[in-house]
Design a protein around this ligand. Structure first.
Ligand code: PEP
Ligand code: MN
Length: 338
């Protein structure tokens, strides 16, 4: 941490900063400029300390962080890429793992038709929401437990792993009985009670990026899962809020190489929620693979026109099949496969 003192600071004020650092077991390095005094605070855990502990002291103008606030998710903590394995399907390796399915579980027929189609095209994990985090309480909230049971039936029948969202910290045990991967939605990225409970379950988890959250906040949220001993964490970029309103959100394509640079965790991309429109999904999915994503989470519905949720951004099985073919050549070009 760098503590910048106010112009004209007194020796007593500088001493106050030194004493506070000493009391925390940190060392200091004093830099006496012509007009300014800058105190460097040195220690291995300064990233996890609040800047306020120095900012509140008399004579302090500003405190800047050098160390990142996240620790367990960082490449400094673990240099090699983490792999998450779901029934032998590895996420974070050479294979691009495609998870596909409807936004919401609606019926057994809908799921069966979807699984047949996505498996045929090469997707290997089924997505489907049983608990839906809806903006309005008057919108369809999902089939809840009945939806989980349908997912489990189809999982059994087709031998395909399932990812589904958990929205309530109290439902973690229930949902993890039916799902192979728990999904933390964008609206819950900083629901710390939920993250802690999922961390304790030690089951594979996809942590979506909150749409108003920085990459640093996202990785710090991942630390909540990792801190409980859950190493099976996959990040998912799904678009953030910007001033642009011609798409539902703005896909931050930069976050993929940024995550790869600063973290060891695998990262996948959801082009469906990012764009909000079926016609835009293929281009963005291909861009994600080209940028280094380890997988994709795509909404596919056998009949998008009749979908209860997110029909506009859902691909038909035939559009999905075409996209998967196109993705194979992109994957090959970047040394990956589907
Ligand atoms: C979803 O995947 O169904 C979903 C609700 O996504 P997000 O949390 O990214 O909005
Ligand atoms: Mn959706």
């Amino acid at each position: 941490m760098i503590v910048e003192m106010r112009t004209g600071t007194t020796p007593e004020e500088i001493d106050g900063v030194k004493q506070r650092a000493k009391s925390l077991g940190l060392s200091v390095q004093l830099n006496l400029g012509t007009n300014k005094v800058v105190v460097a605070i040195l220690g291995s855990n300064t990233g996890q300390l609040p800047t306020d502990i120095f900012a509140v002291l008399p004579g302090v103008e500003n405190v800047a962080r050098i160390m990142k606030p996240y620790k367990l998710a960082s490449r400094e903590f673990k240099a090699e890429n983490s792999l998450v394995s779901i029934n032998g399907i590895e996420i974070g390796g050479k294979r691009i793992v495609v998870m596909a399915g409807p936004c919401a579980v609606e019926s057994e027929e809908q799921l069966v038709e979807t699984v047949r189609a996505i498996k045929r095209s090469g997707a290997c994990i089924l997505r489907g929401g049983a608990f839906k985090p809806r903006t309005s309480p008057f919108s369809f909230q999902g089939l809840e437990k009945a939806g989980l049971e349908l997912l489990a039936r189809v999982r059994e029948q087709f031998g395909i792993p399932v990812i589904t969202e958990v929205v309530d910290p109290h439902d973690v045990s229930l949902v993890s009985k039916y799902a192979d991967i728990l999904q933390v939605g964008a609206r819950n990225m900083q629901n710390f009670a939920l993250l802690t409970n999922i961390g304790r379950k030690k089951c594979p988890v996809v942590l979506k990026r909150g749409f108003s959250c920085t990459i640093t906040e996202w990785l710090t949220a991942a630390d909540y899962l990792l801190a409980e001993g859950n190493n099976q964490v996959i990040l998912c970029e799904r678009g953030i809020r910007t001033f642009e309103n011609s798409t539902r959100f703005s896909l931050d394509i930069c976050s993929i190489p940024v995550i790869k640079r600063f973290s060891h965790l695998p990262v996948i991309v959801d082009p469906s929620h990012a764009t909000g429109h079926y016609s835009l999904v293929p281009a963005v999915a291909k861009a994600a693979v080209a940028a280094g994503a380890d997988g994709l989470l795509i909404e596919v519905h056998p009949n998008p026109k009749e979908a209860l949720v997110d029909g506009l951004q859902s691909l038909t099985p035939s559009d999905f099949a075409r996209l998967m073919e196109e993705l194979r050549s992109i994957a090959k070009a970047v040394g990956r496969y589907i």
